[in-house]
Design a protein. Sequence first.
Length: 119
Amino acid sequence: MRDVFRDIASDIDDAARVDGANTWQIFWLIALPLSLDGLVVTSVIVFASCWNEALFASALAQQHAGTIATFILASRGTRGVDFSLAAVTTLIAIMPPVVLSLFVQRYLARGLSFGTVKG
């Protein structure tokens, strides 16, 4: 996100200051809308990373409360892994990040390529 904010032209900041905007107004009304693509991409990547975190959740979660990742890890039994349960819970677990990425697809395409070509 630092690079996204650094790529905003300083001329825009100067023009806003000339028009009488203070620092918070520049951030909320100018910098944040211009960096929306990078913010959406960062949010989706962080959400997917936290959503799929199984080891951390299994270490901190209690026996009766846990995340879907710990539930998938618990599909092992005394007779081995219950693959049907593991497959269904895995499909349910990957749905929210996939649906989220479908809704923000246009921001993802622009945000991931933001700052790749200088010139």
